[in-house]
Ligand binder design. Sequence first.
Ligand SMILES: Nc1ncnc2c1ncn2[C@@H]1O[C@H](COP(=O)(O)OP(=O)(O)O)[C@@H](O)[C@H]1O
Ligand SMILES: [Mg+2]
Length: 371
Amino acid sequence: MRKAKTVADEASVLKALESVAGPGGKSIVAAGLVSGVNVSGAKAFVSLTGDPARAKELEVLRVAVEGAVKTVPGIEAAIVTLTAERAPQAAAAAPPAGQAPQRRPIAAIEKIKYIIAVSSGKGGVGKSTTSANLALGLAAQGWRVGLLDADIYGPSAPRLFGLSGKPEVVDNKMIPLEAYGLKIMSIGFLVEEDVPMVWRGPMVAQALGQMLGEVAWGELDALVVDMPPGTGDAQLTMAQQVPLAGAVVVSTPQDLALIDARRGVAMFQKVSTPILGVVENMSYFLCPHCGGRTDIFSHGGARHDAEALGVPFLGEVPLDLKIRETSDAGTPVVASEPDGPHAAIYKELAAKVKNLLETQSRRAPPKIVVG
Ligand SMILES: Nc1ncnc2c1ncn2[C@@H]1O[C@H](COP(=O)(O)OP(=O)(O)O)[C@@H](O)[C@H]1O
Ligand SMILES: [Mg+2]
């Protein structure tokens, strides 16, 4: 027999948090460690703010908080993230020490029509190259496009677009950098390279929330998110926290990458994000000298896999020197040779993605997966 469903709210979660003692014995709420509480249905999102130097201690606290939040009637899942004391470049705008900053990460993205995740099961398969050229391809269709490089393990937007420097902060919002008409924000603009990995892990989800909510994106038709590789907790949390319109999974034809791609697809299915499709990158090699084609990695695996998984196959991108050279030079091929054969491949991919998004939103209201 089922009881009537209890509906939890932010206040009841906050009350439960008051019973959790932080370092020094004081409640974490009184100590100002809680920087955000959000309830969506039976899921609670809590962010804790602390000093990165105490990452280990805070991780223990994070687990305790998760336990406490789950005891709240009506809450079935708790997602608790850690965030650094304050983003260095936002320091001027940050509230005085001891006072918890009020974060509403997701609210500011209402003006973005479609948020598209580009993901891969593992690194090095061309996720960033695909994200950049897909974003440019969408812009070539007349869309206003942003690119969010959320790959905390290996941010590549600075290299791909030849960008450096910190975003300016105006009215508490970071102004994205711009290249080839795209608005670009990268975790690489924010996180110093020497930040230890142990801290980076827990930071992922929260950092993404900040990059979505505390960036002046303005009105966008699409925001392409270059996700961290893999399908671990951090990726899952992100997929849950961000209202994604759909996901594009990048895979190489090799078997191992394919197994990982399958996991990537399963992850998005788990959080009810529509899979827009699979892209096979480095699909085949076109010899720049003789024009002959070689299927280095037994091409066609991703198409087969996509079919087996029942998700659309979006296309094949060849392994091509020009794609690598332009990516490494900060001039992605769709921007530097917009009328060339490589750009044509990415533009076709972009047109498919655009079409899928538009058809999907005609069928149903845009899917908001906030948890
Ligand atoms: N289709 C391609 N042809 C040639 N080189 C590619 C292609 N896709 C990616 N690369 C190169 O492979 C490397 C890894 O790609 P990248 O996009 O950074 O992968 P990921 O983001 O998945 O780690 C980069 O040097 C990139 O220029
Ligand atoms: Mg990358």
